[in-house]
Design a protein around this ligand. Structure first.
Ligand SMILES: *Cc1c(COP(=O)(O)O)cnc(C)c1O
Length: 348
């Protein structure tokens, strides 16, 4: 599938869309670290690795001088985005949170596993934005809270839900939101209000003190989450990390698959010949394909013409190459817990 920018020329472009969006993160910037594989100088076979931080040496040719022509990969250090809640989670909230706030959200309810990075990110970023975060965590309270669990506890109103209650996720979220809203408040699913032109008169929400509770589903796997990831792609494409003829291959680990779809959609809509391979960590190929289809079709509904303007109307092929993780799974798990979700490989 080859993007055809000419097709998009008359229509709305993704660049227009991104520049018109209100963002949570002050800047899309991320540090990008480069690992080069050098021929071994020692008699024993093997490789040597060289490390450089490209984003600190962008002034002098993107750091390519280090080992021009040698195989290399870049690590997008989104784990450094925020001291407490980082990785791709703030990317997924980047466009969503400002939108919910503009629609008058006073409270946000979401859920996740006991150590959910998504739950922690919602807790931290809502707290920073003056929205009350309510977090439903699966299982029981830890004796000694650590990691993302501790962060959720510090910034959010945490309630633990038994596994059987948690299994009925939507009912659990809705019931909890209804309790928070009380008799005067309203409850909405974030996904339902996204397409609507609801303008909130701030006076009425603040004046009568009634709550507007919005539910964000687990992992924030909604179309709005794609925008923040596409913003990252736009930022990376402007870094001059890569030569014109270089094929960029993005490798990303996938939970819900939202990040991978956002990356691939961003690349296509920006006219980049970037390939996205997503390592499936949590679900079956069938479910990831489904998720991709539904996100792309939601995106097309909400922002008509941008995607099909690039690929034409009859494109049904998959944007993301979904692959099984190869053993050891540990490597991806370790990266994931460190909040690193994105590797860019450059094939020269
Ligand atoms: C949440 C998370 C993922 C999964 O992202 P999806 O958009 O749900 O696929 C991958 N890597 C890291 C580091 C994460 O925190």
């Amino acid at each position: 599938m080859r993007p055809t920018p000419a097709l998009a020329a008359g229509g709305r472009t993704v660049a227009n869309l991104l520049s018109a969006t209100e963002w949570m993160l002050p800047s899309p910037a991320s540090q990008v670290h480069t690992i080069s594989v050098l021929p071994s100088q020692s008699p024993t076979p093997g490789h040597e690795f060289a490390f450089s931080n490209l984003t600190t040496s962008l002034g002098n040719g993107g750091g390519k001088g280090l080992a021009a022509g040698s195989p290399r990969f870049h690590v997008v250090r989104d784990d450094l985005l925020h001291p407490l809640a980082n990785g791709n989670k703030p990317r997924k909230l980047d466009a969503l949170l400002p939108l919910l706030r503009c629609r008058g959200a006073t409270d946000i309810v979401t859920c996740g596993g006991c150590q959910s990075a998504h739950a922690a990110a919602v807790a931290v970023h809502c707290a920073e934005w003056g929205i009350r975060p309510h977090i439903l965590l699966r299982g029981e309270q830890l004796d000694i809270p650590t990691g993302y669990n501790l962060i959720s506890l510090m910034f959010g109103n945490v309630t633990y839900a038994s596994r059987s209650v948690y299994a009925q996720r939507d009912e659990m979220l809705y019931e909890h939101a209804t309790k928070i809203a009380g008799s005067n408040g309203t409850v909405m699913w974030a996904d339902d209000i996204i397409g609507e032109d609801l303008v909130v008169d701030e006076d009425t929400t603040d004046g009568n003190g009634s709550r507007r509770v919005m539910i964000v589903k687990e992992g924030a796997g909604s179309v709005q989450a794609l925008l923040g990831v596409m913003r990252l792609v736009e930022y990376l494409s402007g870094l001059t990390l890569f030569g014109q003829d270089e094929k960029v291959h993005i490798v990303v680990d996938s939970g819900t698959g939202t990040t991978a779809v956002g990356l691939a959609l961003g690349a296509v809509c920006l006219g980049l010949q970037w390939r996205v391979t997503a390592v499936m960590l949590a679900d079956t190929l069938e479910r990831y394909r489904q998720q991709e289809k539904s996100l792309v079709s939601d995106f097309e509904k909400l922002y008509p013409g941008i995607f099909h303007g690039m690929v034409g109307n009859d494109t049904h092929c998959s944007l993301v190459q979904w692959v099984e993780r190869f053993s050891p799974r540990r490597i991806f798990r370790t990266l994931q817990f460190a909040g690193i979700h994105l590797l860019l490989a450059v094939v020269s």
